[in-house]
Ligand binder design. Structure first.
Ligand code: NI
Length: 527
């Protein structure tokens, strides 16, 4: 691989006695090799040589060298400092005949990290090819950004090419060598509030510059997926090409000074910041961590929003929960609808289709960032009962991939277009891990393009536990929403996501309201 001419596949600098592979004492060059080994061992025993490596001191110890690098780049650790590091490369056959070349590092005693990186890289490769119909090529490359103490970071570079051209994406993952936990970049921050503070510091630096769009720069983990530090300990946030500004503008980065970002960091973030500013001459993980148990749930990762989270308890009848749902979008007016929901502190669910997601990616990200639920309404909106099972699978899979590429979120719910479903559709939904969500209040807003009528129907037919069907692609519906929210608020309703209303749902099962109901055409459990 071009980027690591020196470090890869090298004989470890400091061979450990049991694993001194590659060194054969019978070798004719034994004498000179023995001298070399002796020198290496001197360096290695002295290699405790770097007291700050295990401690938490921010200032370089006398025996260590300060890191160097560009101000607006994450630090890079030369792999020669990591004995035994090897590159793994796999090729994956993706949809559309695209062959992807995926490379990632394998570090001794860091198997949970290597495995997690491999898993993430493969998922993202398949998401790219499945979401982009004219995918042409895909590759993943890597750098080690930090390796010191019990912290490591690997920065991935994904190059993807489709009909719109070639784009480069980056994501950086952090690893705790003691716990075995692989962290998302946003876990460098102490919590959601700190991510939002960082977000506003980044906005101050980027907005109105180089075509950066405020709507696309959202405080979510998928957007802030490559965070690290430069050699001074300043935080560097880098964004994918085309993600927050037009692709032609290249890679967008923001640098937040070390002192400003320090109060926002988690303990991992503090250790990472201290580790980034110093070169560790030799980084070895002494003992492998066992694979982390369970890991962090999405709810505790800043910038990830599980749709069932929140204060409200819909089992309590006094909550008067109701789920407003909007299909077929997002549309050009959906941001206005989001403004109205925000004003009322109301949550809703958006059953999105393929074309609109491609057309309004910023709105998809904003919807997710504001705590609403995204759910699957197929790519092309067909009657799923009239197509083959493989077609149903494609319809649902593609939207999953599209939404995951924008938000990092894997959807739990789907709604069959026209409410048309049967046993085959239920089977596919079950395999995909998605419950089928229908409705019990229909506003017929697609037929009656009159905000007053839509608002009356929604409010008059609503009951606690209702799932209300509307479409955010119609201007009359968007116009009706502020009044609907006002009137439901007055009646004491709490507007929640479908997942908040239903709690845990069963994949494949059909739901039409707050209480799950058995329906005659639900599939009976197979014997
Ligand atoms: Ni629809």
């Amino acid at each position: 691989m071009k980027h690591h001419p020196l470090g890869l596949h090298m004989t470890p600098l400091c061979p450990r006695p049991p694993k001194a592979a590659g060194f054969r004492s019978a070798d004719v060059r034994a004498a000179s090799a023995a001298v070399a080994l002796a020198l290496a061992l001197t360096a290695c025993t002295g290699g405790e040589a770097d007291p700050a490596a295990s401690g938490g001191s921010a200032s370089p110890s006398p025996s260590s060298t300060p890191a160097t690098g560009e101000r607006d780049e994450l630090t890079v650790v030369d792999s020669k400092h990591i004995p035994g590091l090897e590159e793994k490369t796999v090729t994956e056959d993706l949809a559309g005949g695209v062959e992807a070349e995926l490379s990632y590092p394998s570090i001794p005693n860091a198997d949970p990290f290597t495995d997690r990186l491999a898993e993430i890289i493969k998922l993202e490769a398949h998401d790219f090819a499945g979401a982009e119909p004219d995918a042409k090529s895909y590759s993943v490359d890597w750098d080690v950004s930090v390796a010191r103490g019990n912290v490591m970071a690997v920065r991935l570079t994904q190059r993807e090419k489709d009909g719109d051209g070639e784009r480069t994406r980056h994501s950086t993952y952090w690893y705790n060598t003691e716990s075995g936990h692989t962290a998302y970049s946003t876990e460098l921050l102490a919590g959601q509030e700190q991510l939002e503070k960082l977000h506003s510091l980044v906005e101050d630096r980027l907005l109105d510059r180089d075509g950066v769009r405020s709507a696309s720069l959202q405080p979510i983990a998928e957007v802030y997926d490559s965070l690290g530090f430069n050699a001074n300990g300043d935080l560097v946030a880098e964004f994918d090409e085309g993600q927050v500004a037009p692709a032609g503008k290249g890679r967008v980065r923001a640098v937040v000074p070390a002192d400003e970002v320090r109060p926002l960091l988690s303990s991992l973030g503090e250790r990472a910041q201290q580790a980034a500013v110093v070169v560790t001459p030799k980084f070895e993980i002494e003992q492998a961590a066992s694979a982390p148990k369970g890991g962090k749930s999405a709810g505790s990762v800043p910038g990830m929003h599980p749709p069932a989270a929140g204060e409200v308890d819909c089992d309590d009848p006094s909550s008067k929960c109701i789920a407003l749902t909007f299909d077929d979008g997002p549309g050009a007016r959906t941001p206005r609808l989001l403004n109205a929901l925000e004003k009322h502190d109301a949550k809703a669910t958006f059953f999105v289709t393929g074309g609109p997601v491609r057309q309004h990616p910023d709105t998809v990200r904003r919807t997710y960032a504001e705590g609403h639920e995204l759910a699957n309404h197929t790519v092309h909106h067909p009657d799923l009962t009239s197509i083959a099972k493989s077609g149903v699978t494609d319809e649902l899979t593609t939207v999953n991939k599209l939404v995951r590429r924008e938000t990092g979120y894997t959807m739990d719910l789907m709604r069959p277009p026209y409410g048309a479903t049967d046993g085959a559709v239920a089977d596919v939904a079950e395999k995909m891990g998605q419950a089928q969500i229908l409705w019990n209040v229909d506003t017929y807003d697609w037929r009656d393009r009159d905000a007053g009528i839509v608002s009356d129907r929604a409010v008059q037919r609503a009951q606690p536990g209702s799932i209300v069907l509307m479409h955010d692609i119609h201007s009359t519906t968007v116009k009706a929403v502020p009044e609907i929210l006002e009137r439901l608020d007055d009646k004491g309703y709490t507007m929640v996501t479908v997942s908040q209303l239903l709690g845990e749902t069963e994949p494949g099962k059909k739901y039409t309201e707050g209480k799950p109901e058995e329906s005659p055409d639900s599939p009976s459990p197979s014997p």
